[in-house]
Design a protein around this ligand. Sequence first.
Ligand code: PRP
Ligand code: MN
Ligand code: MG
Length: 181
Amino acid sequence: AQDVTEDLTEVLYTKEEIDARLQDMAAQIDRDYEGEDVLLVGVLKGACMVMADLSRALTSHVTMDWMAVSSYGSGTKSSGVVRILKDLDADLMGRHVLIAEDIIDSGLTLSWLKANLESRGPASVEICTLLRKPDAVKVDIDVKYVGMDIPNKFVVGYGLDFAEKYRNLDCIGILAPHIYQ
Ligand code: PRP
Ligand code: MN
Ligand code: MG
């Protein structure tokens, strides 16, 4: 087997660092939603690891649903065109919705998705993202929970892919430019 970490120039966050941050975020979410039922919406496929670990760090009742959207295809730049590949099963009417994401890069995916979910009559829609890049602040998008702000490099691992690879890394790393150039 090949060692996929050889394709990274740097490990940005280890499994332990990611987990520590998610535990803090989960504690905050538990406090903010005390007494409320929360619907966690995971954004496939990137958010699979965040959903799995964040949801298990919560002590409150949550239900989980999934939406698959894609704006990147196989490239390294957002196309700006968001496609719904799989819609939610749940009815959002009156629900407290918390979107779980791996990363907000340009912000295009989440600003579109938040507006889309808000149009379905929920009690609230908030966003929880593990990573956020500087470009995201250029888009007017209200993000309640942010794990880490990261530099403008192409990162992979912990759900984040390049051409569908590297999602299974337990760390988050910077992809070596020779891989995608
Ligand atoms: C990635 C990532 C976010 C989005 C962020 O998903 O998981 O969902 O891009 O980019 P943006 O802020 O510039 O819109 P992608 O479209 O690659 O699909 P995937 O989750 O299946 O990898
Ligand atoms: Mn995604
Ligand atoms: Mg992707």
